[in-house]
Ligand binder design. Structure first.
Ligand SMILES: [Zn+2]
Length: 89
């Protein structure tokens, strides 16, 4: 992905602008921890705790269904990405 960075300077009453283009790269970031898995009940909005894999949220769904009768859940994975400037064009 490319983005433009505009630098504007004022010298002796003249406005000079310089545009600099840069290419950015997005990579998976692991320093924030492993991807967090969670489930949310579509009927009431209650959600499970985050976990390293799907097993705990899926158990939460079954318990929630047994307790409330709600039967539709949304699975969510939270992961991290790092944007780094790859090349100044
Ligand atoms: Zn619910």
């Amino acid at each position: 992905m490319e983005g433009a960075d505009v630098t504007t300077t004022v010298r002796r009453g003249l406005v000079r602008s310089r545009m600099r283009y840069a290419q950015w790269v997005l990579t998976n970031e692991k320093s924030g921890g492993p991807p967090a898995h969670a489930a949310e009940c579509v009927a009431c909005g209650e959600s499970s705790e985050g976990a390293d894999d799907w097993e705990p949220p899926q158990l939460w769904c079954l318990r929630h269904a047994g307790r409330t009768g709600h039967d539709l859940f949304r699975g969510m994975v939270t992961s991290y990405f790092r944007a780094t400037m790859h090349q100044v064009l």
